[in-house]
Design a binder for this molecule. Structure first.
Ligand code: FAD
Ligand code: SIN
Length: 537
């Protein structure tokens, strides 16, 4: 089965939906998405969108805070674009129908988060992502040119390597993307989605770790597909661990927003010590890499299983009004956050690396764009500043849309003869039962050996073991009918290895990457991105 469009969007989070809206007046748009349309990292965003609105704030301050958090690796030009174009995009969201929280005099209520020198977090209480996703979906659905395919899992990008007569894995100049093969989960049929332009907006990869804030969809599919097709993948070692998720809250771990610390919450040891001041003068509001590492150190020192986030000194009514979702959720765990401190632990949260793009969202493959968490635009460097990712997704998905329209208008398209998907294998249940345990094993290995604090020995051990698993999974994948679970497992193994390889390449410690064998920052040799490019199709 073949579905043809002008613009193909993979993913229905903030980046995919905003892009779709921006190109919809210029051609037919198809969005494919793994589960129900709203299921995305975007839907769970709590804190908000960082943007300059306050009279005591300035673009220069937001730029400087972003560069400081990024530990020398941000691309200044990308940061400037995001910060300067950001407020207009937030205004557009408001026009689309997003209802952000306002003060009594009707102005946007601006929150504070770690690493920010001013209050600049635009939010909808503590359910910002859900409100954005609701409004964007409503708007997208009302456009006659957009069609959404739910429960369709993209398998692989279609490039020259799929054409009959082209040697698999051969290095070609100018690889072109013609769309994707995708599995319709409800019918088991693999369809060919062909398009002049493909936008990869598949989000994050937190599920590669045992403990993560990311929902089940976040299996790094976009990075894995782009890598297999030969795109440049950059800075995968910079995985952000959020310092505060509710201890023992299950999988995914429930996030306790950084906005809670911005509101006055204080991190304490179980004995009550306000320990963060020992690590950074900004205390509990230091950037995330510093806070997560400090918690890790304290837990290793004390042997405790969690630290506390204490709000009990704050006005209970104000806490409940500002964080209704967090308040209710913690009550389900029998914790009244206005009366007792919240037990918290770090968990994998965000991937700063991804598919390398230029300032117009173009990947290194012709016709393939990427935006949102899957992309590496250069904005975040070695550590993302809190609440900059929703902003980045808006600004760069729009830029990708502008360039996509230009690309479509300036080129004549004739699709080559693209073969149908061959799915002749038989699903072997017994073998799958064995292979399915590999997901947990990858997640455990990544958590134990490729976490907040790394060493070369641990990274190499993880690499050896995950390579074995990846080979087994690949063998199984080749001989069986595809299912969503196999595809995700294959992608998890791929991104795990990309993270480890990048971490082994960087022989220094910077931002989110800390290796005890190279504990210092080395600007002379490592003020650069780690880039991986192979072809695996
Ligand atoms: P997503 O929103 O994750 O969307 C990805 C989409 O791709 C989904 O629809 C998914 O189903 C689809 N998809 C994936 N793989 C495939 C496939 N193979 N085939 C088809 N479809 C596929 N950032 C902030 O700036 N501020 C915050 O307050 C904030 N809070 C957060 C709280 C939590 C709990 C989490 C997890 C993240 C938070 N972040 C926050 C980060 C931010 O939410 C994400 O980086 C951002 O939403 C990513 O948007 P996206 O559009 O790139 O991806
Ligand atoms: C949070 O609310 O703490 C998440 C913010 C972010 O990830 O940017």
């Amino acid at each position: 089965m073949e579905i043809i469009s002008d613009f193909l969007v993979i993913g229905s989070g903030i980046a995919g939906l905003f892009y779709a809206l921006k190109v919809a007046d210029y051609g037919q748009v198809v969005i494919i998405t793994k589960k129900e349309r709203a299921e995305s990292n975007t839907n769970y965003a709590q804190g908000g969108i960082a943007s300059v609105f306050s009279p005591d704030d300035s673009y220069e301050l937001h730029i400087q805070d972003t560069l400081n958090a990024g530990a020398g690796l941000c691309k200044r030009e990308a940061v400037e674009i995001m910060v300067r174009e950001g407020p207009k995009k937030v205004e557009e969201l408001i026009q689309i129908g997003v209802e952000f929280t306002r003060t009594q005099n009707g102005k946007l209520d601006l929150g504070m988060e770690g690493g920010h020198s001013r209050k600049r977090i635009v939010h909808a209480k503590d359910l910002t992502g859900r409100e954005i996703e609701r409004a964007l979906i409503e708007k997208v659905l009302s456009h006659p040119n957009v069609k959404i395919f739910e429960h369709h899992v993209a398998i692989d990008l279609i490039t020259e390597h799929h054409l009959v007569g082209i040697e698999k894995g051969k290095k070609l100049d100018n690889i072109h993307c013609w769309g994707v093969y995708a599995l319709d989960v409800k019918t088991g049929v693999v369809k060919k989605f062909l398009s002049k332009v493909t936008m990869l907006a598949t989000g994050g990869l937190g599920q590669v770790y045992l403990h993560t804030t990311n929902p089940l969809i976040a299996t790094g599919d976009g990075v894995a597909m782009a890598y297999r097709a030969g795109a440049k993948i950059a800075n995968m070692e910079f995985i952000q661990f959020h310092p505060t998720t509710l201890y023992n809250s299950g999988s995914p771990a429930f996030l306790i927003s950084e906005a809670v610390r911005g509101f006055g919450g204080i991190l304490r040891t179980k004995k009550g010590e306000d320990f963060m001041k020992k690590y950074d003068p900004r205390g509990s509001l230091a950037p995330r890499d510093i806070v997560a590492r400090a918690i890790d150190t304290e837990l290793k020192k004390s042997g405790d299983e969690y630290v506390y986030l204490d709000l009990t000194h704050l006005d209970p009514d104000k806490v409940k009004d500002r964080f209704p979702h967090i308040y209710e959720k913690c009550l389900e765990f029998k914790i009244d956050i206005t009366k007792e401190p919240i037990p918290v632990v770090p968990a994998a949260h965000y991937s700063c690396g991804g598919v390398l793009t230029d300032l117009w969202g173009r990947s290194s493959i012709v016709g393939l764009y990427a935006a949102g968490e899957v992309a590496m635009t250069g904005v975040h460097g070695a550590n993302r500043l809190a609440s900059n990712s929703l902003l980045e997704a808006l600004v760069f998905s729009e830029r990708a849309a502008i360039d996509s329209v230009r690309f479509v208008n300036e080129n004549f398209f004739k699709f080559p003869e693209i073969p149908d998907w061959v799915d002749t294998g038989i699903f072997n249940m017994e073998e799958w039962v064995l292979i399915s345990h590999d997901k947990k094993e990858i997640q455990q290995l990544m958590w134990d050996y490729v976490g907040i604090v790394r060493s070369t020995l641990r990274l190499e051990r993880a690499k050896r073991r995950i390579e074995l698993i990846a080979n087994e999974v690949e063998e199984f994948y080749k001989k069986t009918k595809v299912t969503a679970e196999i595809l995700e497992l294959r992608n998890l193994a791929t991104v795990a290895l990309l993270i480890i390889r990048s971490a082994l390449m960087r022989k220094e410690s910077r931002g989110l990457h800390f290796n005890t064998d190279y504990p210092y920052r080395d600007d002379e040799n490592w003020l650069r991105d780690t880039i991986i490019q192979d072809i695996r199709i």
